[in-house]
Ligand binder design. Sequence first.
Ligand code: NAD
Length: 492
Amino acid sequence: MDSFDPNAVAIRGGHFIGGEYVDRGAERVDVNRPSDGAAYASLPMADADLVDRAVVNAWQAFRTGGWAALPPRERARVLRRFADLVEADAATLAPLEAIGSTRPVRDVAAWDIPYTAEGIRFYAEYADKIGGDVAATDPSHLGMTIAEPIGVVAAIAPWNFPLVMASWKIAPALAAGNAVVLKPSEMTPFSALRLAELAVKAGIPPGIFNVIQGDGRIAGDALVRHPRIGKVTFTGSTRTGAAIMAACAETGTKPVTLELGGKSPQVVFADVPDLDVMARRIAMGITGNAGQVCNAGSRLLVERTVADALLERLTPIFGALRAGPTWASATTLSPIISEPQAARIDTIVGRATANGAALRCGGARADAPTAGAFYQPTILAGVPADAEIVREEVFGPVLTLQTFDDEDEALVLAQHEQYGLAAGVHTANLGRAMRMVRGIEAGSVWVNRYGRTSDFVIPTGGYKRSGIGKDLGRQAYEANLRFKSVLIDLNG
Ligand code: NAD
């Protein structure tokens, strides 16, 4: 799908509890399209009572709905059907995802939806793969661990890739036999409802996959604190992640998976074989989704001898991106999610230049055919390592450029005192690449590429304030189980 008419998209709003749409809330708020700022729907906001209703419902479904008790291969079969329905629903799901988010519909149809479906299939395959172990105990005993679902998992998702981020949370939780209450971002609430609707259609029992809408500090907080929640899996900002971890500690030492912010470096050594390829790779790493990506490669570190040549190739790529609405096929630069977020980007860039950073391109709002908040892809050079623009996550298409003279200096610059989400290392020297891989404190390090492939088997997650635990991979599946130790006295 290349384009669509935003005024022709039917929006079904509300919450999804016990297999049904529930349109109830203490208050309603308008939801705006980032592409043109227009309010296109309104959303009922859950209060603590409605959150309680959703969680209790999920708990009852978990205890009695038969999902956890299904033979695992049957559970896998239902999940595969769910994935097929998601993929087949692209004509509805793609505009629903694109209209209120920053994801161009072409990308949603070509990538987000098939990737979401395939991720569900990936976890379906885990359903009968991890069951526990028999332990090498004293032969008079039989000792084992049994893998069990946790119960009701609270999943809280951000706005930057609404479907994909939700699927990273719900797929392993459901495959492991849990019930889920998902709270999407209040800025991108609708595609999650369609996902839950398709889950029921596929045969997931009503009440196993629920969606509540609302403000993070009200509905999100009530969800995390609910006594029937067994685990919280969250993707979002470091500040919110810390608040959620504290709430989990206060209300039952609930386990958490936290995927948080980052300020990831891309380190380019002078021996890279092709600076044109390099420039395209760097640009993709910071301008995709207009930089609103947790692992955006926002800090470019270049060996001094090739810095000018690389910059010369980067600026035209940045300049060629075309800002536009998510529903237009010509759009190659996404809108910024909201006006306040665009203003924040502009303020941080303005402070950087006021403090002496050299603007190499961008640095202002971008022109676009619609009235949304767009920001020009921006490069700032001459920035000291302790500058705000180098340390703070901007969450926009803003790249800083620093130079280094040798590997030791590159490694020092690559480290961030707080974040450790991802890093890219670009060099033809394998030994150097591996020294950097070992040295950089980050949960993911990519060599001679930037960003993930579609291999779900590789987990993702941050070091330090970039998070705890992993999404994807076996690790995310195991994090949705708890392991019971059983000891049987064979002479008893
Ligand atoms: P956010 O933290 O503002 O909100 C994320 C979600 O948390 C939303 O659904 C929000 O309603 C909810 N929330 C807010 N306060 C809450 C509270 N007190 N209790 C419970 N829930 C609460 O983040 P955002 O602006 O939506 O997303 C952008 C951030 O997400 C960036 O920092 C980005 O780096 C990060 N992110 C990380 C990853 C990753 O995999 N590490 C992926 C995508 C985004």
